[in-house]
Every structure is written in structure tokens, then in C-alpha cells.
Write a protein that binds this ligand. Structure first.
Ligand SMILES: [Zn+2]
Ligand SMILES: [Zn+2]
Length: 387
């Protein structure tokens, strides 16, 4: 079965929604216009229930099938938020908001799930209930977690959840997925090194935080190269270094370091947290200074469940004929929280030969819409076949 004909018909309309969203990007939880537009459309499609304000600006819609003998409830999730990037696509539908841009294709995700909701509301050719989930703040804000914390899964008795992300570099409309750990846990660390400031010409009277910082940054590399099992995946990156002095002749009293850790297992995550503290404190003690280390756990590892992944791959093969095993991704994904609460799967859909996500020249590929929408609809119709 290729893409559903109905989505070929709906393509111009869904493309219009997508480009309108692209012109009006909103960041993190500030998806006020987007959420209102989503809720308005869901009501117009005839969803049985539309609730706003789940996870602050999240929106949930409920579509009941012709029958409900199965008692099954499937959640389908899209993200709605944009990024603080200045768009450089030059597209006619480019962002009208300076410093905000749909550079991760969440405009496409929202539009594809809206398209599927329209089709499912029209046809209702399934035995059970669909809950469409539109979340804010995927890009670092934990909007998916907030929707879960608001009791979404229990409130609508959701039993399985599915998610999708576009993927530049894959053929348009083709799919890729993998079971088990898929996207990395994304943690942050903040380190303040304190020494003894003073005149740069009298280093012997100071405790130089610059030298300490250099040794700390170098020593932190050994977590990956010497502490982690070489077959495990782990990234430790120091991304910011700020000195309390901007002068050429002052040894700074304090240096502040920031960075990120990406891991694929709880063991690696715990190792990174422990070793960052031990190494930093140890190095600072060696040089006569001190360190204050905070480690903040962000999104957990996103783990696809075996059975749902196999099913999602079967559906993808039916829709596009092309679904391969995806590589591990060291980026994070807020959908991880939903997959911690319920079994489910997350799939990648090809965006073609475009700029990568988070790049100022990136744009979602509208030609991927029929495949994406068909995958959503088929997930529902095959998982809860009409009685
Ligand atoms: Zn992103
Ligand atoms: Zn994204």
C-alpha cells in the first residue's frame, strides 16, 4: 500500500498550514498562536474532545473510531516549537519573527499530525480511540514532560504512543527506525573554579584559575578516552569558558565552565556525573583552588519499545517501501519522557537533500507530507482495525 490518496488530495491544504506555521515561529512554551490554531482546526475537523493548556501550551484532541470494542487508546505526538535562530532560507514563507525560526521542522510535524487528524475525523475507520498530542518546548524546555506531569497519559487512558521526526539526508518520504536506545540522554554541567586573583606579573602570589581551567578541560577528555568502555557511546563537551577578568594583566579570581554530556545508558550517565565531579575537584585541589560542580540531568535516553518498533517499521514499509535501520543519534528528544510512561516508537521520515536541522538555511520538505500523514493514519487503522 503506497501513500493514501486522500493525503495527495489534502497536500495543498496541509502545505498551506505548514507554510503559515513556518512564517509564525514561536519558541519553547510561547506557542500561543500555534496552539490556538491547532485547537481551532481540531474543533473544525470534528474531534470529539479538544483540550488546551496541558503542559502549559500543549493541546490534546480525541478522535473516537466508528466502534470501540477494542477499548484501545493510541497517542500520536507532534512538537510545535521553533528555535532562536535568524532564518536565512530566503523562502517566500520565511519567518516573519526576527530571531525565531522553524529550523527543526516542527512546523511540518504539526501540519502532518493535523492532516492525519482531519483524515481520521472524516473516516473514523478504526475500532478504538486516537489521542493527538501537540506539545510545546521540545527544544530543551521539556514540554513533553510537562504534559506527562499534567497527567495526560492517565486522563485519556493512553496505552501506546508514537512520534515522528523529519530527517535531512534521507530520501523524501522514506523511513528509518531502531529498537532500544535511539536518542541520547542530554545533560548539562556548570563548574565554577575559584582561585586567588592578583597581578599577572606576580603569579606566585595567586592561585591561577586560568591554568586550573586548562587542566580541567583537558582532564575531562579522559572520561571518554580512559573511563568509558570503548564500545559505549558518550560525549563530553566543554562549550563555554568565562573568566571573571577581561584584562590582560589580571589573573582571574574565578572561571566559569559550561558543557554538555550525551549518553546512551544509565551506566554511562552515572559515570559521567561522578567523574566530572571527581576530576574537577581533584584538579582544583592539586592547584590550591576549589571547584563548585553542578550536574543537571536533562532529557533521558529515548528508548523505542521492541514490539511497537517492529509494528511501526512494518507500517512504514507499507507506506513508502523504504524503512531501514536508523543510526544512534547523540542529540536528545523530549519524547523520551512519553516513552518512559508508555510503550511506543519514534520514527524518522526523510526530508531529502536539505540543510541539516538547526541550520539557518534548513526548511521542511512539503513533499514528505503524504508519507508522514499516511504513516500516522496507518498506525491507527492497523493497530485498531475496524470491527
Ligand atoms: Zn531540534
Ligand atoms: Zn526537532
Amino acid at each position: 500500500m503506497p501513500v493514501k490518496n486522500r493525503f495527495a488530495e489534502l497536500l495543498p491544504e496541509i502545505t498551506e498550514w505548514r507554510r503559515d506555521l513556518h512564517e509564525h515561529p514561536e519558541i519553547l512554551f510561547e506557542t500561543h498562536r500555534t496552539s490556538a490554531l491547532v485547537a481551532e482546526k481540531l474543533r473544525a475537523f470534528g474531534c470529539d474532545e479538544v483540550v488546551e493548556g496541558i503542559g502549559r501550551t500543549g493541546v490534546v484532541g480525541v478522535i473516537r473510531g466508528k466502534t470501540n470494542g477494542s477499548g484501545k487508546v493510541i497517542g500520536l505526538r507532534a512538537d510545535m516549537d521553533a528555535l532562536p535562530i535568524h532564518e536565512q532560507t530566503g523562502a517566500p514563507h520565511a519567518s516573519k519573527t526576527d530571531g525565531a525560526m522553524h529550523a527543526c521542522g516542527h512546523d511540518g510535524h504539526t501540519s502532518m499530525l493535523l492532516g492525519a487528524a482531519k483524515y481520521l475525523s472524516e473516516t473514523r475507520n478504526f475500532d478504538g480511540t486516537v489521542v493527538v498530542i501537540f506539545q510545546p518546548a521540545e527544544e530543551g524546555g521539556g514540554g513533553g514532560k510537562e504534559m506527562c506531569d499534567d497527567g495526560m497519559m492517565d486522563r485519556w487512558n493512553i496505552q501506546e504512543v508514537y512520534g515522528m521526526h523529519n530527517w535531512p539526508g534521507r530520501a523524501v518520504g522514506s523511513f528509518a527506525i531502531r529498537p532500544g536506545a535511539f536518542f541520547a540522554a542530554t545533560d548539562q554541567f556548570d563548574i565554577t573554579l575559584t582561585g586567588k586573583g592578583g597581578h599577572a606579573a606576580k603569579p606566585h602570589e595567586t592561585v591561577d584559575t586560568g591554568v586550573m581551567a586548562a587542566h580541567v578541560i583537558t582532564a575531562l577528555q579522559t572520561i571518554v578516552s580512559r573511563n568509558a568502555d570503548p564500545v559505549d557511546q558518550i560525549v563530553v563537551s566543554v562549550t563555554s569558558l568565562e573568566s571573571s577578568s577581561k584584562a590582560f594583566n589580571v589573573i582571574p579570581q574565578r572561571v566559569h565552565l559550561k558543557g554538555t554530556v550525551r549518553t546512551m545508558s544509565d551506566d554511562m550517565r552515572a559515570l559521567a556525573e561522578r567523574r566530572i565531579k571527581e576530576i574537577t575537584e581533584g584538579v582544583c585541589t592539586t592547584f590550591g583552588g576549589s571547584a563548585d560542580v553542578t550536574y543537571h540531568r536533562g532529557y533521558p535516553v529515548m528508548v523505542n519499545h521492541e514490539e511497537q518498533t517492529e509494528f511501526a517499521a512494518d507500517v512504514a514499509r507499507a507506506v513508502s517501501g523504504d524503512c531501514t535501520e536508523a543510526p544512534l543519534v547523540m542529540g536528545g528528544e523530549d519524547f523520551a519522557f512519553m516513552l518512559e510512561e508508555r510503550p511506543g516508537a519514534y520514527i524518522l521520515v526523510g526530508n531529502g537533500d536539505t540543510a541539516p536541522v538547526h541550520h539557518p538555511e534548513y526548511d521542511f520538505t512539503d513533499e514528505a507530507i503524504p508519507a508522514g500523514c499516511s504513516w500516522w493514519a496507518e498506525i491507527v487503522e492497523r493497530r485498531m482495525p475496524a470491527a
